[in-house]
Design a binder for this molecule. Structure first.
Ligand SMILES: *[C@@H]1O[C@H](CO)[C@@H](O)[C@H](O)[C@H]1NC(C)=O
Ligand SMILES: *[C@@H]1O[C@H](CO)[C@@H](O)[C@H](O)[C@H]1NC(C)=O
Ligand SMILES: *[C@@H]1O[C@H](CO)[C@@H](O)[C@H](O)[C@H]1NC(C)=O
Ligand SMILES: *[C@@H]1O[C@H](CO)[C@@H](O)[C@H](O)[C@H]1NC(C)=O
Ligand SMILES: *[C@@H]1O[C@H](CO)[C@@H](O)[C@H](O)[C@H]1NC(C)=O
Length: 362
């Protein structure tokens, strides 16, 4: 009931135009960095390992890690419950009710104009472990988070590939545990899960679809024409060769789950995980990422685009400020990339970059 009530009011606010009172101002694009621009910095604290989503005129930034040195946490990477929203028209940030739990690597989805958090990692016993209670839906009318059913342990993880299909959310792969000491556990999974927002229940898809061809975390995801794409990412980063970085594109037709996952021909030019991504039409843009052996920062600066129709990749204008460990959200052909890490592992930034592919060449 509560869910329906929120939906109706959100729909009404949208209809009467509360979310778009001002026409967007034109952007000043630098001729030296075609396609790229910066907008208003993230307030309060730079952020990484956060998640992000578009809802109702705003880009939401949820959870993640901040640089807050505490006596028992000398490295300073503190998990946060902070949530903020950036209004696309006014270019201003506002505070949103905090998540009930501090999480990083959260799985976010928007279904029926509502924001869902469907798992993530929280600090447990000194390490980052999948939190099966971290499942919430946001009601923008009351600015509150409501608990959803706990996530069954086999479906609980952070850093999954997530897409929304009708009233269901599909999650593929992810990370069950990331220990914060050298030689600790880094537990990548290949599990595929389905969360039904109408019944608040979790399920396995049919057997053919229930496992990725190989485990993935810190991976890109897109849903285009009912096909779920899972691009790049990594597996077992602390033990596999090359940090487990991968260049694959896996695809699953959500209207034909029995057909199972397939491996596409197109291979990402630069295998990497921790990338930001967003689909603009039938092009999946991927940005940055972690594990670059060529530079001291360990961060990739590449912008690489997967064209679904031709099953091939192309390379576009590099990121002016290379980042890893943040999500992107797409609205009206622009890709919004708030924050991220400017250094491998930990180095959060408050810079908020926007990429507009139409100002660059495909
Ligand atoms: C955005 O800001 C960062 C940090 O100052 C800078 O490195 C980058 O070049 C800027 N991007 C553009 C498009 O000016
Ligand atoms: C989740 O909630 C249950 C019931 O309150 C509790 O026993 C469990 O410790 C919680 N799990 C985490 C990771 O906080
Ligand atoms: C990843 O780790 C799992 C569990 O230890 C193992 O079964 C799998 O072979 C590993 N895969 C790679 C590519 O390292
Ligand atoms: C991007 O990174 C590569 C190293 O991975 C470097 O050679 C290149 O100069 C960088 N490009 C820009 C525009 O900074
Ligand atoms: C964290 O903040 C401290 C204190 O301001 C600063 O010295 C340190 O460089 C910051 N660390 C990172 C990774 O940004």
């Amino acid at each position: 009931m509560l869910l329906q009530y929120c939906t109706i009011l959100a729909g009404l606010a949208h209809q009467i135009g509360l979310a778009s009172a001002h026409p967007p101002r034109p952007w000043n694009h630098s001729p030296h960095r075609p396609g790229w621009t910066n907008t208003t910095k993230i307030p309060i604290q730079p952020r990484q390992e956060n998640t992000a989503a578009y809802l109702d005129g705003s880009i939401y930034l949820l959870g993640g890690i901040i640089n807050q040195t505490l006596p028992d946490n000398p490295l300073g990477a503190t998990t946060t419950s902070m949530v903020q929203a950036y209004d696309i028209d006014t270019r201003e940030w506002r505070s949103i009710a905090s998540l009930p739990t501090a999480i990083n690597h959260g799985n976010v989805a928007v279904v029926d104009n509502k924001l869902y958090i469907l798992g993530g990692l929280s600090l447990q016993g000194g390490n980052w472990i999948a939190d099966n209670n971290a499942s919430y839906v946001y009601c923008s009318r009351t600015n509150t988070w409501r608990d959803l059913a706990p996530i069954p342990s086999q479906h609980s993880r952070g850093s999954a590939a997530v897409v929304t299909h009708g009233s269901k959310v599909y999650l593929a792969g992810g990370l069950r545990e990331l220990d914060l000491f050298i030689g600790g556990i880094y537990d990548t999974i290949d599990t595929v899960s389905v969360y039904d927002t109408r019944t608040d229940t979790w399920d396995d898809p049919p057997a053919a679809a229930s496992r990725l061809p190989e485990g993935r975390d810190h991976v890109a995801a897109a849903l285009v024409d009912d096909i779920f794409y899972v691009l790049g990412g990594r597996i077992n980063a602390t033990t596999a060769p090359n940090g487990g970085r991968r260049d694959t594109v896996f695809a699953l037709d959500l209207d034909d789950l029995e057909a199972g996952w397939s491996l596409k021909k197109g291979r990402m030019p630069t295998p990497r995980g921790g990338l930001s991504f967003g689909a603009v039409g039938k092009k999946v843009c991927t940005f940055g990422g972690e594990g670059n052996p060529e530079v001291e920062s360990g961060v990739f600066n590449v912008t690489e685009v997967y064209d679904i129709d031709s099953d091939s990749w192309s390379t576009l204008r590099q990121m002016p400020l290379p980042v890893h460990g943040t999500y992107a959200a797409v609205k009206d052909g622009r890709v919004y990339i708030p924050g991220g890490g400017v250094h491998q592992n930990f180095g959060p930034t408050n810079v908020f970059q926007i990429y507009t592919p139409e100002h660059n060449r495909w």
